[in-house]
Design a protein around this ligand. Structure first.
Ligand code: NDP
Length: 282
């Protein structure tokens, strides 16, 4: 059996069509501000992608670029200005930050109502307590991708490999909210392969190229590969392509979760605009 490929491009287009429809008739244009420090090539590329997509949708978008050695206090002051600017709906500070800047100080400085990356502790708390808020884009993208392809998560045995604050942990909260039974595995998990084989839905976000082979996958499982690993000229996922022989569905790398992350940033920007104006996103 060859696994069905779950295209992130296709699912992202559906998100964009929905956002465009919702934008029509709104009396305002969502405004996204992205701050980047330094010239890390991956960050430059990601920020360009976000800005381009926001403009293509009809949002206002502005990127601010600061030098690698920009002081932390100056960055915090700039965030306060953007917090106070009533025209600005979403503020995103591109990660990773230079070493001299403490990411937690930066993430906590952003107004939770403008926190389109969903990393502010208030939004993290709301995610886990079941409330309304802004939640991280990549995990949102994973869930949206699965829903686009009709995957019913209710009661499913879901295993996530990776427990970062950006992907694994918030995804565990989102899958719980979808009534999946969730296991969050990591580098200290014993018998990881056996744990992975229990999964009806297996999500891999470890940042280890081709960590998961076909022996790790329960026949018929749905496998989501979040990994993006640059190996020489190639971009490799955390899942070996041979997994397609046993899984019922698999996300490609590239073209799987990546496009969904940008799509959910656009979703969050509109949601932030609505939350700030009306206290609700619909
Ligand atoms: P982190 O490095 O922050 O976290 C990796 C997690 O994987 C940790 O919890 C770590 O465990 C766990 N892990 C590492 N190696 C193993 C292993 N051999 N076995 C089991 N668990 C392991 O990475 P991120 O969460 O930020 O990113 C993960 C991957 O997803 C990366 O490839 C990244 O590029 C990609 N990514 C893709 C995005 C997209 O849009 N498609 C967006 C964000 C990330 P421990 O906690 O014990 O150290």
């Amino acid at each position: 059996m060859a696994a069905r490929l779950l295209s992130g491009h296709e699912a992202a287009e559906a998100v964009y069509a929905e956002l465009k429809a919702r934008l029509q008739g709104l009396p305002f244009t969502p405004f996204l501000r992205v701050l980047r420090l330094g010239e890390d090539p991956a960050s430059v590329a990601y920020v360009r992608l976000k800005d381009k997509r926001a403009r293509a949708l009809g949002y206002r978008s502005q990127v601010e670029v600061y030098p690698e050695d920009f002081p932390e206090e100056a960055l915090l002051r700039r965030i306060q200005e953007l917090n106070a600017d009533s025209e600005v709906d979403g503020i995103l500070v591109q990660l990773p930050l230079p070493r001299h800047i403490r990411p937690e100080r930066v993430l906590e400085a952003i107004d939770p109502l403008k926190d389109v990356d969903g990393f502010h502790p208030l939004n993290v708390g709301r995610l886990w307590s079941g409330g309304e808020g802004l939640f991280p884009c990549t995990p949102l993208g994973v869930v949206r991708l699965l829903k686009h392809y009709g995957v019913d998560l209710k009661g499913k045995e879901a295993v996530i490999i990776g427990r970062s604050n950006i992907v694994g942990k918030p995804l565990a909260a989102l899958l719980l909210r979808e009534d999946a039974t969730v296991t969050l595995a990591h580098s200290k998990t014993e018998a990881l392969q056996e744990v992975a084989r229990r999964a009806e839905v297996l999500v891999v976000a470890a940042g280890r190229p081709h960590l998961v082979g076909k022996d790790w996958v329960r026949p018929g499982a749905i496998v989501v590969d979040v990994g993006i690993n640059r190996v020489g000229e190639k971009l490799l996922g955390d899942v070996h392509p041979e997994v397609a022989e046993v899984a019922s569905a698999l996300t490609p790398v590239p073209g799987g979760v990546g496009p969904m992350t940008v799509a959910m940033l656009m979703h969050n920007t509109l949601k932030a605009a609505l939350l700030r104006r009306h206290g609700a996103s619909s």
